[in-house]
Design a protein around this ligand. Structure first.
Ligand SMILES: C[S@@+](CC[C@H](N)C(=O)[O-])C[C@H]1O[C@@H](n2cnc3c(N)ncnc32)[C@H](O)[C@@H]1O
Length: 320
């Protein structure tokens, strides 16, 4: 199902990754058996119910990520992978209206990128939506990591239709399991991950130490809105932020830039800085839990339910 061995063999040829890959190879038989990994059986069952496909592949058609199928793929086969957060996706004739319009984020970032022939690492890649967009933009191969098993299963579902030889893969591990220093990826993405970390500088240094010489880091994270424009501005929510328990800090953009300089990134460029709209993140029939409209104060959409500034996101490119 997962075809990890082929990836282990290929990546083990990169000298900086060889010892890490041998650790992963040893740990991988337990990746889907640990007790704390939720209802794996349910998702594995859903994967086995997907029909065999004759022709595999994927395409981006007018901005839509599609996995064509000659077989009908009814909604009932795909709904068990709920919650579908990142997309939208088209699988066969079924359109998956995901919680996020991830295509909008990609459209804000992609014009600034040149991924042709690049090797890419996407830290906290979710269900791998962007791994396919990066491949379509010319990347040689894309490796994601994300510890959340339902997203891995959604990725395996997409890979079922894309084909086992698709040069995109996700390892179900957290950033803490990446090698500490392995400067071998042309481009490293960290999107929507920094504010969940305990130590921002440690995360940024780790990202830097995985980038090959001359490579680049694409950082996307929640920040404070433009009225917070001082290098000293940073919110540390003591309770929840937008109902999330695991948001540790939201810097101003100038503070975030100073962190990047502090860990020796250079050529720091802001590619996008915008407020997350209620059309970009919302509940749908494919993600029925609460979403951004529920996380904001209904009387003042500039504030979260807790009274903090509503989320703005910045995308920054920094060179090693
Ligand atoms: C807000 S989502 C962002 C997903 C995607 N990168 C995007 O921009 O749409 C954060 C992701 O980080 C993942 N994550 C949580 N803890 C992590 C860790 N320790 N290492 C790597 N990823 C982690 C979550 O499972 C989730 O998929």
């Amino acid at each position: 199902m997962n075809n990890y061995e082929e990836w282990f063999t290929t990546l083990a040829e990169i000298p900086e990754l060889a010892s890490w890959i041998s650790e992963l190879r040893e740990a991988s038989p337990n990746w889907f058996s640990a007790k704390d990994r939720g209802d794996i059986g349910k998702w594995q069952d859903a994967l086995t119910k997907l029909p065999a496909v004759q022709e595999t592949g994927f395409c981006v058609d007018q901005g839509k990520l599609s996995f064509p199928s000659s077989e009908p793929i009814p909604e009932e086969l795909l709904l068990p992978f709920h919650p579908w957060r990142k997309g939208p996706l088209q699988i066969g004739e079924t359109f998956i209206d995901t919680e996020w319009r991830s295509d909008w984020k990609w459209e804000r970032i992609a014009p600034h990128l040149s991924l042709e022939g690049k090797t890419v690492l996407d830290i906290g890649c979710g269900n791998g939506y962007y791994l396919w967009r990066m491949l379509a933009a010319g990347a040689r191969w894309t490796l994601g990591i994300d510890p959340y098993i339902p997203y891995i299963m959604q990725f395996q579902c997409m890979r079922h239709f894309a084909g086992a030889d698709a040069p995109a893969q996700i390892f179900p591990i957290g950033v803490e399991h990446l090698p500490r220093v392995a400067p071998c990826f042309d481009t490293v993405f960290s999107m929507g991950v920094l504010y969940h970390q305990k130590s921002p500088l440690e995360h940024l240094m780790h990202g830097r130490d995985l980038i090959s010489k001359g490579g680049e880091f694409i950082l996307e994270t929640i920040v404070l809105p433009p009225q917070f424009d001082q290098v000293t501005d940073c919110l540390v929510p003591e309770g929840r932020y937008a109902k999330m328990k695991n948001v540790n800090f939201l810097p101003s953009v100038p503070m975030l830039e100073s962190w990047l300089r502090k860990v020796r990134f250079k050529d720091i460029e802001i590619l996008d800085y915008s407020q997350t709209s209620l059309d970009e993140q919302r509940s749908t029939s494919w993600m029925t839990f609460e979403s951004l409209p529920d996380f904001l104060n209904p009387d003042d959409r500039e504030l979260t339910q807790e009274g903090h500034p509503a989320p703005w996101r910045v995308v920054i490119r920094a060179k090693k």
